[in-house]
Design a protein around this ligand. Structure first.
Ligand code: ITT
Length: 205
């Protein structure tokens, strides 16, 4: 059985990745933590794809150093973009207002900045870039978006991060009100991982 090391320290992402890829054949998915890998690489790229590759390369380097074989490294760089806020927080989504600031505070601040903005000007999206590096060092990136609106209110208990302020038009509610199996069938991460699976299936890795 080949292994995919998923290079993320974000438990919300990891939970979704496992759910979305649960029927992936031939590969076992292990988290960075389970692989015993720690990296604290600076995500200094200017795009989601660059940052995803930076994380995947750092974890691969460490896996090779530890003598791991037959592995594919995957990573996710993602973010929340509000058009009216010049696409903020964007690639800085995790670092917005400081990495340790709670999402209750971050979400409330975004809604405060959006006060008085009409619905048609509240367009927003999640973006996800999944990077993959094969055993032979080949690099691939799959990218997808999840389009919707910046909600008027914080709502919902599911998901993580900015889910409580992202309104999903198809379901008429906020992302954090959707059961995980629904979010995981329509999200940016679901779509990017679907593309990543197709790339994986076409490879010899
Ligand atoms: P890793 O780098 O270890 O993967 P991270 O949380 O720092 O974890 P990113 O740099 O990719 O990851 O930042 C992504 C941020 O975007 C994440 O912390 C959330 O704030 C937000 N985000 C991404 N996908 C999301 C989703 O599905 N729901 C809610 N917020 C999301």
């Amino acid at each position: 059985m080949k292994r995919i090391i998923f290079a993320t320290g974000n438990e919300g992402k990891m939970r979704e990745v496992r759910e979305i890829l649960k029927d992936l054949k031939d590969y076992e998915i292990i988290s960075m933590k389970e692989a015993g890998i720690k990296t604290d690489v600076e995500e200094n790229g200017t795009t989601y794809s660059e940052n995803a590759l930076i994380k995947a390369r750092a974890v691969r380097e460490e896996a090779v150093r530890l003598g791991m074989k037959d592995i594919v490294v995957m990573s996710d760089d993602s973010g929340f973009e509000v058009d009216r806020l010049n696409k903020e927080p964007g690639i800085y989504s995790a670092r917005y207002m400081g990495e340790d600031t709670s999402y209750d505070i971050k979400n409330a601040e975004i809604l405060r900045r959006m006060e008085g903005v009409a619905w048609e000007d509240r367009t927003a999206r999640f973006v996800c870039a999944i990077a993959m590096i094969g055993e032979d060092g080949t690099e691939e990136v799959a990218r997808a978006t999840f389009e919707g609106f910046c909600a008027y209110e914080i709502k919902g208990e599911y998901g993580f991060g900015y889910d409580p302020i992202f309104f999903v038009p198809e379901y008429g509610c906020n992302d954090a009100e959707l059961k995980p199996e629904i979010k995981n069938s329509i999200s940016h991460r679901a779509k990017a991982l679907k593309l990543a699976r197709e790339i994986l299936a076409s490879k010899e890795w």
